[in-house]
Write a protein that binds this ligand. Structure first.
Ligand SMILES: NC(=O)c1ccc[n+]([C@@H]2O[C@H](COP(=O)([O-])OP(=O)(O)OC[C@H]3O[C@@H](n4cnc5c(N)ncnc54)[C@H](O)[C@@H]3O)[C@@H](O)[C@H]2O)c1
Length: 350
């Protein structure tokens, strides 16, 4: 396969992980990198032997040899490069979350929906063997009708610092950082039901009042501007309900895991188990030999899927229509937290 020729927009932390993964993905060739901070682009180009480095991403978009971009800017800077790249005729692999606000996510989704170029959201968890095994089980209809789910992503003390905790760069905290993974996991396994209402709470009391502990990330409590805790009760059009819980910090070792209750069976993700009544008995089925893979391999699988979809004219492996649902729920959580009661939510028309 002819390698897909890409440019990287944003040369921060996760761009380095993408580039490390790409060094073993011959299906993709990196021709340029851009960052607002020119020295960062230069250093990245030097480290990964990338021919061109720019301080302005438009230079990448003007290069006719470049077919696609990987966007690894912080959340509040996802909208402009994505829309500009699509308008310049480039395919886009955009880091999660799609955007920090529903408004930006909707603008991105509309641009992608009306473009003939491919837009894929980078969600490495979709490529985890456990997730894929769970999807196989659930897509076979094993659970019957799913009427309730809980999905959880929580750390006892794991607040990142820097751009992750500022409104201007990240826009959102734990809900968009680790929360979006478990939210997408649940929606993907449930077949993307349409959310209709959300009741949520969110705060950052602990992150602003506790000090970093031995061995934890060393965030500066006074700099924390985004939520470090968020919970939502979500109702869907099909009658199902879901609880979504995420936390960067808590005085607790764990707050549960991800599971689904259906009319024929239940499933929990960790360890992957299907709970049923069979033969007049209670049975627990645990699939065996699910491969364990390194985290970096998830990036490689995601990048190969992107390249394969471009070269073989396949639909986006992770399309904007699916990711928009996570933004609808997150916006509902924040709006509900602000007013103190359940709010109706609507999935925007594209
Ligand atoms: N897939 C994962 O495992 C994973 C992990 C961490 C972060 N992320 C996501 O990746 C994104 C970036 O996170 P990060 O940790 O690399 O952040 P970061 O702050 O380290 O890097 C972001 C970079 O984008 C640059 N930038 C911002 N606006 C720009 C613009 N208009 N043009 C060019 N460059 C611009 C910044 O200067 C910075 O260097 C976020 O959306 C985050 O959610 C994904």
């Amino acid at each position: 396969m002819e390698p897909v020729r890409v440019g990287i927009i944003g040369a921060g932390g996760i761009a380095q992980t993408h580039l490390r993964a790409l060094s073993e993905v011959p299906e993709v060739k990196v021709l340029a990198v851009a960052d607002l901070i020119q020295e960062r682009a230069d250093k990245t180009a030097e480290t990964w032997h990338i021919p061109q480095a720019f301080g302005d991403y438009h230079k990448i978009l003007q290069d006719d040899e470049i077919e696609a971009v990987i966007i690894t800017t912080f959340n509040q800077a996802h909208r402009a490069p994505t829309i500009d790249a699509l308008q310049a005729g480039k395919h886009v692999l955009l880091e999660k979350p799609m955007a920090a606000t529903l408004e930006d996510a909707t603008a991105i989704a509309r641009a992608a929906h009306h473009s003939d170029k491919l837009t894929m959201i980078a969600l490495k968890t979709r490529y985890s063997p456990v997730m894929q095994a769970a999807k196989t089980i659930m897509d076979a209809g094993t659970l019957g009708d799913i009427y309730y789910a809980e999905t959880v992503a929580a750390r006892r003390c794991g607040i990142p610092g820097g751009s992750f905790i500022r409104k201007a760069s990240a826009g959102l905290g734990t809900v968009a950082d680790i929360g979006v993974y478990c939210l997408d996991e649940a929606l993907n396994l449930m077949g993307h039901p349409k959310p209709i209402s959300v009741s949520g709470i969110a705060n950052n009391i602990l992150g602003r009042t506790c000090s970093p502990v031995l061995g934890s990330w060393q965030w500066v409590p006074e700099e924390l501007e985004v939520e470090d805790f968020g919970i939502a009760w979500v109702r869907f059009e099909n009658g199902a309900a879901m609880v979504f819980k995420t936390s960067w910090i808590m005085h607790m070792n764990e707050i549960g895991g991800t599971f689904f209750l259906g009319t024929k069976a239940g499933l929990k993700l960790n360890p992957l188990t299907v709970f049923r009544h069979e033969w007049g008995m209670l049975t627990d089925t645990m699939p065996q030999n699910i491969p364990q893979i390194e985290g970096i391999e998830l990036f490689r699988r995601e990048q190969r899927a992107f390249a394969d979809a471009i070269r073989n004219n396949k639909p986006s492996p992770i399309p904007v229509e699916q990711m928009l649902l996570t933004n609808v729920i997150i916006q509902g959580l924040l709006d509900s937290a602000a007013v103190g009661h359940e709010v109706a939510v609507t999935v925007p028309e594209l």
